[in-house]
Design a protein around this ligand. Sequence first.
Ligand code: XMP
Ligand code: MG
Length: 186
Amino acid sequence: MAKQSWEKGIARKMYTEEQIAVRVKELGAQITADFKDKEEDIIVICLLKGSILFMADLCRSIELPLKMDFMSVSSYGDDFISSREVKIVKDLDENIMGKHVIVVEDIIDSGLTLKKVMKILGNRDPKSISLCTLLNKDARREADVKVQYIGFNIEDEFVLGYGLDYKQEYRNIPYVAIMGPLDEEN
Ligand code: XMP
Ligand code: MG
């Protein structure tokens, strides 16, 4: 078989599976504590596709009744640069009016995508809306977004794995990694 290592193109691990698991449990515990006395329903929203693995693990760490919903917006293409346009590709199935909404994101970079998403969802009159991101890159922030729950603050590097992709690949790498040169030697 030709060299088809699933780790091809990865320069180094940034966060291991174990480190991620510990941090996700902490975030789940924090969210559980913050929402345990609330009476209204909780809806956790996964922003597809990058957040799927984080969403799955995070929801298992939130020890409260909740509903899951999924939303897909386009803003990033197969490129390193965020475009300014945010389009809803798949909208929510649930009505979020009067509910506690927790938006789950893989990474916040410029913040432009999230700013638009939070505005769209905020206009639907949820009881509350909070944001939970696995990774936060402050270096390139252009839009002011309030993030209540952050897994890890990272430097300005392009990362892969644990849901994050490069041209739709690498999402199944179980750790977060920094991308290296995409050559045969790597
Ligand atoms: P903005 O810039 O609007 O974009 O905050 C957030 C979205 O951009 C993607 N993104 C990345 N995806 N590795 C990735 O795989 C990265 O380092 C990276 N930085 C930004 C991501 O989809 C996120 O939702
Ligand atoms: Mg994303």
